[in-house]
Design a protein around this ligand. Sequence first.
Ligand code: ZN
Length: 301
Amino acid sequence: MLSDCLYHKYSYPDQGFVVHMLTSPTRSFLTNAYLIETENAVVAIDTFMLVSDAQALCALYDSIALPSGKPLLGIIITHGHPDHYNGTSTLIAGLKDVPVISSQGITDCIKNSVDAKQVKWKPFFGDDWPEHKILPNQWVADGTSLTLDGLQYHFRDLGAAESSSDLTITLGQQHSVVFVGDVVFNTMHGFMNDGHTQQWLAVLKQLAVELADVPLLFTGHGAPGKTAPLIAKQIQYLQTYRHHVSKLAGTAYALTSEQKICLEKILCNAYPDYQLKGFIQDGADAVAAEISEYNNQGLPP
Ligand SMILES: [Zn+2]
């Protein structure tokens, strides 16, 4: 059964590529996965979490590949959260020798967390949670590029930001499109559970400078958007979230249930059009612990 993924297409005829974007339903967090189509081939960026969503990605690939014979040259994973890598086994089923490309840090992140994620989520999603896990098997380093079917994929290994290790991918020589994974959400509450918000803010401030000339960002969650306002909005969201967690938790490493409900109300009022509000309470303890840890070290929060 295919899921109700939404489809959008962004064509760059002068640069020789098309971005096919699929968005998963709310139950699997409105995650985006992408197929980059060039003259003779296709490359995937992220693969969704659930079998049904990954099957929708397969159907999209088939709709491109069956009439054209374009092979899937590789799968690039932006970070080690399952809504971005779990569908890899479904996507490559029946295909031969498709490299799964990512950084060493992301591979370690998946290796270290894949079992815990399955324990948490399989009871909820049942058979829609994939049985087989595929780890990245081709690693890229910060500042390096790969050329696939004539199109350059340039990688930035950002280290810890939204997750413990995040990768961005810039397409082509003109730098008109960058895939930022979950380092930037668009009109969605952020996933704060990994508790690296301090580094995340630093990375965003760095990206605002590095990507100043890039017109459009493709995000892990939410529509693509203009670079400067999208990064500014994400910085402001993180600062607001940290401010209210800190105010509610004081020196504590976790929030009470009542404080989490209060945090959700505050954030929903501040961002009434944002989706994924389930993330608000879920990440609060991680951020409270992160801020308290900094304070206890005598460092500014
Ligand atoms: Zn995500």
